[in-house]
Design a protein around this ligand. Structure first.
Ligand SMILES: NC(=O)c1ccc[n+]([C@@H]2O[C@H](COP(=O)([O-])OP(=O)(O)OC[C@H]3O[C@@H](n4cnc5c(N)ncnc54)[C@H](O)[C@@H]3O)[C@@H](O)[C@H]2O)c1
Length: 272
């Protein structure tokens, strides 16, 4: 078991652990699209769905990490996902990417709205453009991607949509007003869309991660102070990894969770 202070290792360790965890027969061959899938939690989601035998596409702005992820998965003997380049702030480009995933892989039955940008801006310095950019990245795509995939899911008798929220909407973080307003908004959006789409068999859930040790976090944001704060806040003495989030998302995507919709699912090691 990891000691409280240790920062967990990266993708290699994660890929080598995939076999230790649950398999979901209902995910085999299912078409899954993940936004922001090139790095961080999104890349782990891509790897986990590929390992379940799903047909996976991901949408991301960043091309170099997208190529690296596909190479790493191939080197590990996993099928290469379809990497699509688009900026989720551009709703037409997002719609086009979802259309391309559908035309290349088939009807989308799982959508994970994961892309986000938590750029810090002190509230005193926030411009209208900063605010609009935060909402356009962190909230608007969740709605329009759902709107785009819902007709096919409806025609096929159902689907599963998973939106990534954040512990930051429930704690004491600052300089993130646009991001946190978006993340809080996702929780409300999840409930209303679950109600609207439920009669069509489409489930909509929100996963709320705590502090997850992604490569970006490990490289820039995790200081000794952060680790000490995590030790104080978390009930469990471990460092959460992208795989801890991905395994919950797998369950929400699979038929195993068929009765669950409109809910928040928290993976934060008991943050209090
Ligand atoms: N890492 C954490 O501790 C943490 C905590 C709480 C919630 N979350 C949530 O989990 C999700 C993933 O977080 P992460 O830490 O892996 O983020 P990350 O910044 O490491 O990765 C985000 C990915 O989204 C992509 N992206 C960003 N803006 C985009 C855009 N406009 N268009 C297309 N792609 C874009 C990036 O290129 C990147 O690949 C986010 O929704 C985030 O809010 C993360």
């Amino acid at each position: 078991m990891a000691t409280a202070r240790a920062i967990p290792p990266g993708r290699d360790a994660e890929l080598s652990e995939l076999e230790r965890f649950a398999r979901y027969p209902s995910l085999a061959d299912r078409v899954v699209v993940i936004t922001g899938g090139a790095s961080g939690i999104g890349a782990s989601l891509v790897a986990h769905f590929c390992a379940q035998g799903a047909s996976v596409a991901f949408v991301d702005l960043a091309q170099a990490p997208a190529r690296r992820l596909c190479q790493d998965l191939r080197a590990y003997g996993l099928p290469s996902p379809l990497a699509l380049t688009a900026d989720v702030r551009d709703v037409d480009a997002l719609r086009a990417a979802l259309g391309r995933a559908e035309s290349e892989l088939g009807s989308i039955s799982v959508l994970v709205n994961n892309a986000a940008n938590d750029r810090r801006v002190p509230s005193a310095d926030m411009s209208v453009q900063d605010w609009d950019d935060a909402i356009a990245t962190n909230l608007r795509p969740h709605f329009f991607a759902t709107q785009a995939v819902a007709p096919t899911m409806r025609a096929n008798g159902g689907g599963s949509i998973i939106n990534l929220g954040s512990v930051s909407a429930h704690t004491n973080f600052v300089d993130l007003a646009g991001y946190i307003a978006s993340k809080a908004g996702i929780e409300g959006l999840t409930r209303t869309l679950a109600r609207e789409l439920g009669p069509a068999g489409i489930r909509v859930n929100c996963v709320i991660p705590g502090w997850i040790m992604t490569e970006r976090q490990r490289e820039g944001l995790v200081t000794e102070e952060v680790l000490a704060a995590l030790d104080a806040a978390q009930s469990l003495r471990l460092r959460l990894t992208p795989a801890d989030v991905a395994r919950l998302v797998l369950w929400l995507a699979a038929d195993d969770s068929r009765g669950a919709t409109g809910q928040r699912w928290v993976v934060d090691a008991g943050w209090m």
